[in-house]
Each structure stands twice: as structure tokens, then as C-alpha cells.
Design a protein around this ligand. Sequence first.
Ligand code: ASP
Length: 431
Amino acid sequence: MISKIKQISLGNWMLIGMILGFLVGIILNFYVTNPFIKDIILIDNVFYLGGTGFIKLMKMLVVPLVFFSIVVGVASISDIRKIGSIGGRTIGIYLITTALAVTIALIIASVIKPGVGLNMVGLAQANVTSNVTVTDTILNMIPDNPFNSLANGDMLPVIIFGLLVGIILATLRDETNVVNDFFTQGNTVMMEMTRIVMKFAPIGIFCLMAKTFASLGFDGLFPLAKYIGCVLLGLAIQAFIVYPSLLVFFTRLNPIKFFKKFVSVMFFAFSSSTSNATIPLNLETLSELGVSREISSFTIPLGATINMDGTAIMQGCAVMFAAQAYGIDLGTTALLTVIFTAVMASVGTAGVPSVGLITLNMVFGSVGLPVDAIGIIMGIDHLLDMFRTAVNVTGDAICTIIVSFKNKSIDLDIFNGRKAPGETWDDITRF
Ligand code: ASP
């Protein structure tokens, strides 16, 4: 029995944690009426500690892991011209999938019409502000002071600086052996720390799920059901139709094999609502799928920042929802503006909880929609944030696999389960 329990993989433990957390949360919400036990002891203490503690552990890893692994990943690319082609392909796919995502959302919401019949009079003013412009987005990529960017966890400047250090190490090679070794060993330390932290993932996921559903229950889901339905439908289409189709079209790899391994990453993203904190787990899982770190160490942190397809879907639906609720007819130019702004909003912000709601302000502003509607969406946004973050990280992983495939940096035997990561064919044939 004990040996059977020991054989359960980490991914399956996470799945167990997620299901148990959901059940415990719902039971607490429905059946435990004592507020002291329910709210004070469990939600605000035990679950909060377990859940937030785990998110903090993951966040602790992000900046050093991303920085070391980008430098090492780029420095290890022997042909410097490859960096340009990898970067170009990755950014291209990221932008196209996001534009596709908003378009899908706009189509769904214009068919389902979530905002029609809603009474918008007397709504509270939404208290969201945003001052992100396209020019700012570009300028903000260049760090004023890379150490400040590292300290603040500003992903894009960290990525740019890491890229530059990596390119220079790759160019100078023998002249910079000591610095190269420092980064390589620093990367090993961070990977080992990630492996250790990851062992706590099932407990963290259990606590996060239990806390969410103990406070939300099923009731939190009923208002705005049509809007929620639109967003969830869009997310499902993106995750289970668009991504698998792209994977098959570009690589002919089996999407089921991908999802089997990747589902635990989706669960973690779902329960933590942050793509950034999911970076370590995403990198780890892609290695288990045979993707070379040379590619993923660059594309995953970049994706966590610039690729948010799930967020773009929510924004597309929210725009239509508000336009319909106010009886505003958005023409083709306005819709194209929404697509462009939503893609830019996705590029310019880090993958942290609820950031999509902040940038929604910028998308609304681009076509002159009143921001009041954001006020009602806000109430249920936490739930949608969970789902869309799961889609955001899936998009990053799918693009990474496509780019790795095109650059011949994925071990297809590992992907197809014929070989374990790190194993050589000699190891297999020996037995
Ligand atoms: N929470 C999302 C993420 O981290 C961003 C958002 O849509 O708010 O990817």
C-alpha cells in the first residue's frame, strides 16, 4: 500500500490536491455553518497559510530562476543567429495566437449577446486605472537599472538584460569562462530549489482550492452567467481546439500526450491565478515533455509576460458585454482597435492575478466605452482569472513546443513516452 502511494507521480498528487480542495471548499461553504471554524480557523488561517505560502515560495523562485536560465539558455546556443530566429518565431506566434483569441471572443460574444437586457443604470464607478500606452510598453522593455528591475521582478526588462548577457557570453566564450560557470552553477542551484519547492505543490493547490470554494460556493457563479459562459466557451475553444490544432498542424505531435503531462501546470495556474508564479512548474514540465531548456528558458518567461490569450478572451467578451449593455454599436474599425489594444495590453503586463482587469480599462478606453461596466465584471473576475491563467500558460507551452520543434530542440522520444528525460538510448537497451 505504502509503496503504491509512493508510486503516485507529483502531477497526480496535484490532481488529487485540486479535487480534494474543491470538495472540502464546497462542503465547508454548504455544511459548516460555524463561522469561527469555517472562516476564522480554516479559510483565514490554515488554507491561507498553505495557499499563500506556496505561492510565495514559487514567486521567490521566479526572478533568479528566469534570469539564470535565460542567460544560460542563450549562452549555450552555439549559433548566435539562431537566437534571432527563435525570438522572431516565438514573438510572431505569441502575437498571432493572442489576436486569434480576441477575435474568437468577439465572435462568441456577438452571438451569445451577454450584455443585452442588462440594466446599467446606477452601477458603481469602477475603480480601475491604467496608464499603459503602446509607446510606454516598448520603452518599458529597456531597463533603466537592471538591478532595480531584478529587485522589482519586472519581467520584460529582466528578460532583455538576461538576453544581452547571454548573447555576450556566447560571443566571448573562452574569455568569460568564470562568469559562464557562475551562471551555469547558479542555474543548477535554482533548478534544484525548484524541484524541492515543487514537492509542496499538492498541499498548496489543495489549500488554494479549498479557500476559494469555501468563500465562493456555487452561489458566486450564478450572476452574470451569460458573460461567464461566453468567457468559458472562448477559453475552452482556445485551449481544446485552437491549441491542439496548432500543435498538430505545425508538429504532428499528439495533443493528448501533451495534455496528460501538462494538466498539472494548468491546475497550478488555475489555483494560483498567476502565470509568473507558474514559470518554474511550466519549465519543469516542458523538460519532461522533451523540450530543451535552451528554448523554454527563454520562451516561457517571455510568454508569461507577453502572451495572455486567456486574458485577451476575457477582454474581448467584456468589450462586447459592455457595448451591448449600453446599446453601443461597435463598427469594424472599433473592433480592429479592440483586437490591437488587447494584444498590446497582453504584451505590456506581467502575469499576476487580476492584471487583465486593470488593462481592460485601456481596452475600453481605446474605443470609448464607459468603464462603469468593469465594476460589475469585477465581482466575478477572480473566478475567471483562474480559468484564463490556465489558458495563458497553455498557450506559452504550445508555442514553445512549436518553436522547439522547428528548431529541432525537442526530443520526440521523450515527448512520446518512449524514453524518460535524461535517459539515453544506451540506458534503455541495457535492460
Ligand atoms: N492572472 C493572469 C495571468 O497571470 C493575468 C490576468 O488575466 O489577469 O496570466
